[in-house]
Design a protein around this ligand. Sequence first.
Ligand SMILES: Nc1ncnc2c1ncn2[C@@H]1O[C@H](COP(=O)(O)OP(=O)(O)OP(=O)(O)O)[C@@H](O)[C@H]1O
Ligand SMILES: [Mg+2]
Length: 134
Amino acid sequence: MPPTRDESRPLRNEEDVVLSRQAVRGWAVEMGFSLVDQTKIVTAASELARNTVVYGGGGTLRMEALEEGGRRGLRLTFDDRGPGIADVEQALKDGFTSGNGLGLGLGGARRLVNEFSIDSAPGAGTRVTVVKWK
Ligand SMILES: Nc1ncnc2c1ncn2[C@@H]1O[C@H](COP(=O)(O)OP(=O)(O)OP(=O)(O)O)[C@@H](O)[C@H]1O
Ligand SMILES: [Mg+2]
């Protein structure tokens, strides 16, 4: 089934991260997610959006409202054309950072959603896709 709603927004800077956070919150509320689930998907989105800006050099967030077999889901896709991630397993480990972070963003985001995938290769950019089902 095609998404019932599908929008993309730029992620260029910290202000865009804040705006994306608000947009994800708005969608989650409209889709009827519980307050706990709203917070989970917004927190995951915030971490992934920040990675797109900080490590990916900016990119886009695509938001899709899914409806499959009567259940609703919110799919978020973060895309950049930055340096990519050479070792995805390592990047997912809690505490690993190549910058000045805590290294908790990717692993934390993965635990907050129902589906999580990373498609990345050195030089080819990074795509992180997450789905939260209601
Ligand atoms: N979009 C991306 N492009 C390139 N590298 C990335 C991207 N996202 C994450 N990484 C790499 O994965 C590492 C781990 O990311 P993660 O979000 O878990 O931690 P962090 O951003 O370093 O710290 P924190 O999110 O806790 O502030 C990053 O340090 C970076 O090396
Ligand atoms: Mg991070």
